[in-house]
Design a protein around this ligand. Structure first.
Ligand code: BES
Ligand code: MN
Ligand code: ZN
Length: 498
């Protein structure tokens, strides 16, 4: 898809479709009013007949509106003007894309970006609109022999800005939006790929390809390297699988060498059977998504490199399968992590924390300013927050605040959960320094508490994306979250957010 920005009057646009908004009830937005005037009241006359009330989600396609240079005008209902917020703006953009795809129009000028959204700049509107368009048109059909062809697919979209002085900001925001959307698409592709294709070696190859394209540092640690580093916790998860584990490291240097990096650590369990603590069969296929943390840090790295942000960023991905075979870890086995702390593995299905703890210890060598891990870590987080908010835990309140803000700004929201010491005792083991589970209650918190024991040396946050990384049911698929949150956090740090 091609995108551009334009400032100019809607009646003078020569395109297959002009898209303008109508508020409830029947209140025209500025661009709709201009079209109405130049068509001698054509639009308001149609609206008076009752065909378009302006309800959110409604649309009305008009052909050959007099006084315009375009073939079509699409009216998009926006709901009540008083209540028009981020969610409604994004919904209007998605409705627009869906409706345009069902028309014969292959290009369109969208005037919805001119509409005021409370507290949101033109840069925000353009950035979010471009992300929403590409998110809504994403398809994963590489394994379909017959592709689902759209008759006249959308090829070109123009976002309108009301003043020429906004052009430069809008152009920059568009470029950012495209970088974020492409990062999300990579994250979705990796997530949606089945585990027989997307195994640890495949993830390592993808990382190498990205390193080549964007000139990043790349290091892949093999099993033997992990043994040398005493990553026995990570290795204990891999030992029941025929697929070799990989520890993937990518380094991007956009700032002075002396500037300490942000390190993102992503859980890369390419398939989670539970191991000997085998999962029940229902929906087990969805455990191919257990590498979405890894996919999201790769997607974020790609977006950052594409934007050439002036920061230093390193990503670390422990990649492995969690399988049950004769060599697999047994419940009750005790391992020594890279940090020296011992772990009694009471449940082999709590494997995410076992690979992350060694990756977090490994992150120390980058002398990080901040470390953020991203993981589909616990079903309990889904019980707590559903599929709307990502669970956020941090040992530093200012960092938590920044991440919450980045989530709000990108509409990829997180919610902070407690990491109080009172929960730590649930991890007690009679035989080792800790168990790897904390019992039935507060499962996302005890998982975060486990990780906190390996993050004492830096400012750290943990994002539990078990509920937000993919959707089940009719529109099953990876969401690309939390690439927008992470990218916005890094853009903010780089001073590149308007
Ligand atoms: N990958 C799962 C978490 C998960 C489950 C994410 C369902 C999304 C949907 C993780 O490895 C896991 O199995 N966690 C266990 C932990 C428990 C054994 C303490 C869980 O949440 O049940
Ligand atoms: Mn598991
Ligand atoms: Zn898992």
């Amino acid at each position: 898809m091609e995108f551009s920005i334009k400032s100019g009057s809607p009646e003078k646009q020569r395109s297959a479709c002009i898209v303008v908004g109508v508020f409830e009830t029947r209140k025209l937005t500025l661009a709709a009013e201009i079209l109405d005037k130049s068509s001698d009241g054509h639009i308001s006359a149609i609206i008076r007949r009752g065909d378009m009330e302006g309800k959110g989600g409604s649309t009305l396609l008009l052909q050959n509106v007099p006084g315009t240079l375009s073939e079509r005008v699409l009216l998009v209902g926006l709901g009540k003007e008083r209540d028009f917020r981020e969610k409604d703006f994004l919904a209007a953009i998605r409705t627009t894309v869906k409706t345009l795809n069902d028309t014969g129009a292959s290009d369109a000028s969208i005037f919805l970006t001119e509409i005021a959204v409370k507290k949101r700049s033109i840069a925000w509107r353009v950035r979010q609109a471009s992300v929403a368009v590409l998110d809504a048109t994403y398809k994963f059909e590489q394994f379909k022999s017959k592709k689902d062809e759209v008759r006249r697919p959308l090829r070109k979209l123009t976002f309108a800005v009301s003043r020429r002085t906004e052009l430069a900001q809008a152009e920059e925001a568009l470029a950012q939006g495209l970088a974020i959307a492409e990062g999300m698409a990579l994250t979705k592709d990796l997530g949606n790929l089945p585990a027989n294709i997307c195994h640890p070696t495949y993830l390592a190859e993808q990382a190498q390809a990205m390193a080549k394209e964007f000139n990043l540092g790349c290091e892949i640690l093999e099993r033997a390297d992990m043994e040398k580093l005493s990553m026995h916790s990570l290795l204990s998860v891999s030992q029941g699988s025929r697929q070799p584990p990989k520890l993937i490291v990518l380094t991007y240097k956009g700032a002075k060498a002396s500037e300490k990096p942000v390190v993102l650590v992503g859980k890369g369990v390419t398939f989670d059977t539970g191991g000997i603590s085998l999962k029940p069969g229902a929906e087990m296929d969805e455990m191919k998504y257990d590498m979405c943390g890894a996919a999201s840090v790769l997607g974020t790295m790609q977006a950052v490199a594409r934007m050439a942000l002036p920061i230093n960023l390193t990503i670390v991905v422990p990649a492995t399968e969690n399988m049950p075979d004769g060599m697999a870890t047994r419940p009750g086995d005790i391992v020594t992590s890279m940090s020296g702390q011992t772990i009694e593995i009471l449940n082999t299905d709590a494997e995410g924390r076992l690979i992350l703890c060694d990756a977090l210890t490994y992150a120390e060598r980058f002398e990080p300013d901040t470390v953020i891990d991203v993981a589909t870590l616990t079903g309990a987080c889904v019980v707590a927050l559903g599929h709307i908010a990502t669970g956020l835990f941090s040992n530093k309140d200012a960092l938590a605040r920044d991440l919450l803000d980045a989530g709000d700004e990108s509409y990829d929201r997180a919610w902070q959960m407690p990491l109080w010491d009172d929960y730590q005792e649930l991890l007690k083991s009679p035989f080792a320094d800790m168990g790897n589970i904390g019992g039935r209650w507060g499962g996302s918190i005890t998982a975060a508490c486990f990780l906190s024991r390996f993050t004492k040396k830096f400012e750290w946050a943990h994002l539990d994306i078990a509920g937000t990384a993919w959707k089940s049911g009719a529109d099953k698929g990876a969401t690309g979250r939390p690439v927008p949150l992470l990218t916005h956090y890094l853009m903010q740090r780089a001073g590149k957010l308007n």
